[in-house]
Design a protein around this ligand. Structure first.
Ligand code: AKG
Ligand code: FE2
Length: 503
């Protein structure tokens, strides 16, 4: 799978580069072969002309060498030089086997990849309120990127969204495609693409509960030919009950999620945020010379950002380790805890243990900042999101179906940002009115469990869709086993605080 991480998309760029090279050599080889045929024809033609110019044909052929040449050409040359090489077409065979090997080697995207990429675009539109015309113009949140879409691309998006049942969005893309094609000075639309667009637009309108509009669009493309597909579509639609214009129903968390992803908090009660950044050199001797740069972003539950925990060199070393592993599409726990791939989590990931030197440093950082015993730590999960990649609101604890290999639930999360993100990709806490833009080298830490070890529902959080850029994070989840002396329970339980936050 390629679309779910920017890193794996790089393989595709390489595939395309190699395809360009291979196609170039193919064209060149074909050209050489054609030139050879042409030269051969010219040569024979010259001989014919010479013969006709000089002598009568029977005189010419009366010469034994001429007779021999003609027969030799027809028996051998035409066959070997022309017929066989045309049929065999070596350049084409070479090209075909090169492409086969290349796609086997580096992989090749299929329809489902295209769908994944298009769903990603639709997700960006939904979460960030991006208009279709802006996106098609390459304008994202007011930033102009030099990459507007062609009518064909907009059309393809419209068609795919139609197939996905996203009729309203589909219609918008079809309209953009229509206008682009109609206003395009180069395209003459000999193939009737305007009609194709109208036909899809008609069907989308029909599904949206506008049968009159659908009919009007289809009438615009009716041709005298009875087999034309617009007529068939019309018949088909007449036989069906029109769709209902149902407003897209979003889940209850969606409004909070999108607002925070857009960097908008609800106004705070009281006198605003009293939290101040501070330096902490006392937490552990390790931080005496380089005190922790703490940005407390929430109290109760405490969420802290520790800035400058990893430098670029260390982050590069982490990715040297990542390159030794295989990145796989991230999954979520499905029914009965089974690994399930879903659109709610679109990224690729791998796991790193703490043997490499850089990973030993990371282990020390987490140990000294959190005070936890690393005996309870999972390996670090390194993830890379693709454009539109996200992780919808979830808790990090298991609560049920805790995998057997762990002692206790995930008591805390330590999340390192391993990249900046050009646009989007915030981490948001949907129940705490909190958003965090990724800052390369920073570490975010919080507890997922109350001191009673009951789950703290307030810690629901999400990774917002990446709009532009490649988001990389490294997560270390700590389990509650081994930590009884590190984070002892209180005399009174504070798990009541979570009650109001369940849904
Ligand atoms: O990408 C993010 O900001 C959050 C990721 C996350 O919550 C997770 O991987 O569990
Ligand atoms: Fe998480």
């Amino acid at each position: 799978e390629f679309y779910s991480s920017v890193d794996s998309m790089q393989d595709l760029a390489q595939v395309e580069q190699e395809l360009i090279n291979a196609t170039r050599s193919y064209l060149e080889a074909q050209q050489n072969q054609l030139n050879f045929y042409r030269r051969y024809m010219e040569q024979i033609k010259r001989e014919h002309e010479w013969a006709v110019g000089q002598l009568k044909l029977d005189e010419y052929l009366g010469h034994p060498l001429h007779a021999f040449r003609l027969i030799k050409r027809l028996v051998l040359d035409w066959d070997e030089l022309i017929f066989e090489t045309i049929i065999e077409n070596k350049p084409r065979e070479d090209f075909r086997s090169f492409v086969d090997a290349l796609t086997k080697d580096l992989g090749y995207p299929d329809q489902s990849e295209l769908q994944g990429a298009i769903k990603g675009l639709a997700r960006l539109q939904r979460v960030y309120n991006l208009t279709t015309s802006d996106l098609a113009d390459g304008v994202i949140n007011g930033y102009h990127y030099d990459s507007e879409l062609q009518w064909r691309e907009s059309y393809e998006i419209g068609v795919q969204l139609f197939d996905l049942g996203e009729y309203k969005r589909s219609l918008e893309w079809l309209q953009v495609a229509f206008v682009l094609l109609r206003n395009s000075p180069l395209e003459k639309d000999e193939n009737g693409y305007l009609s194709d667009i109208r036909e899809y637009a008609a069907m989308a309108n029909f599904e949206l509960g506008n049968p009159e509009r659908a009919d009007r669009l289809l009438k615009q493309i009716l041709t005298p030919e009875p087999i034309h597909s617009a007529q068939q579509t019309r018949k088909y639609l007449e036989s069906r009950v029109t769709g209902k214009n149902v407003e897209e129903k979003n889940p209850s968390w969606f409004a909070n999620y999108t607002r925070l992803c857009q960097g908008r908090r609800l106004p705070e009660k009281g006198s605003g945020n009293p939290l101040k950044c501070y330096l902490d050199g006392k937490r552990h001797a390790y931080f005496t010379l380089a005190p922790l740069q703490v940005e407390p972003v929430h109290l109760d539950p405490d969420i802290n950002v520790y800035h400058g925990m990893l430098n670029s060199k260390q982050i590069l070393s982490i990715f040297v380790e990542v390159d030794k592993e295989e990145m796989v599409r991230s999954a979520v726990a499905g029914e009965g805890g089974k690994r399930t791939v879903r659109d709610l989590r679109v990224s690729q990931q791998t796991w790193l243990n703490y043997t490499a030197p850089v990973m030993q440093s990371i282990s020390r950082i987490v140990q000294f900042v959190s005070g936890f015993d690393m005996a309870g730590a999972e390996s670090m999960q390194v993830a890379n999101y693709g454009v539109g990649g996200q992780y919808e609101p979830h808790p990090d604890y298991f609560e049920v179906n805790l995998p057997k290999e762990f002692e206790g639930d995930r008591i805390s999360t330590s999340m390192f940002y391993l990249s900046n993100v050009e646009q989007g990709g915030y981490t948001v806490f949907t129940k705490l009115n909190l958003f965090l833009p990724p800052v390369k080298g920073a570490l975010v830490m919080w507890h997922n469990l109350h001191r009673s070890l009951d789950v703290d529902v307030r810690t629901f959080h999400a990774g917002c869709p990446v709009i532009v850029g490649s988001k990389r994070i490294g997560n270390i989840w700590m389990h509650s086993g081994f930590q009884e002396f590190r984070r002892p329970c209180n005399l009174t339980s504070d798990s009541y605080k979570s009650v109001a936050y369940r849904n």
